[in-house]
Write a protein that binds this ligand. Sequence first.
Ligand SMILES: [Zn+2]
Length: 151
Amino acid sequence: MSDDSAARAAVEEDCLLCRVTEADEVFQRRRVWEDEHWRLSVVLRGAVAGFAHLEPRRHIPYITDLAGPEAATLGPVLARATSAVREATGADKVYVSVFGDRVPHLHFNLAPFHPGGPLVGGAGQVRADAPRLDRVAHEAAAASVRRVLGG
Ligand SMILES: [Zn+2]
């Protein structure tokens, strides 16, 4: 075993989502679909029926680490998974969020939204008491992202 694969094996051993059977038990979820790169599991607890985790089979810590075949296949897989959740739950739309605060193995939280239902939407991600930034800060961030992308 090379140093690289030994290090990878150690990380995967520590990662709950790499121990998928255990993850399914911890999150009380049921695997509903998988292919060679991705798997989709529906969580069987909480306030939202049909809430699902879409995650790569391979250990990819954060969205910013996304690369290779998972990066190449994400679009079609995300489209298929969100459409299935929407159709199956009769949702108005499906919210998709990626946090990475608790489990450092990339996973997309797919949450079917019903008007008047338990989800509060994007506004719920910002503290109500958070001060609004001035335009200069927003312009600087936009310019910086453009620069990083080579624009
Ligand atoms: Zn992992």
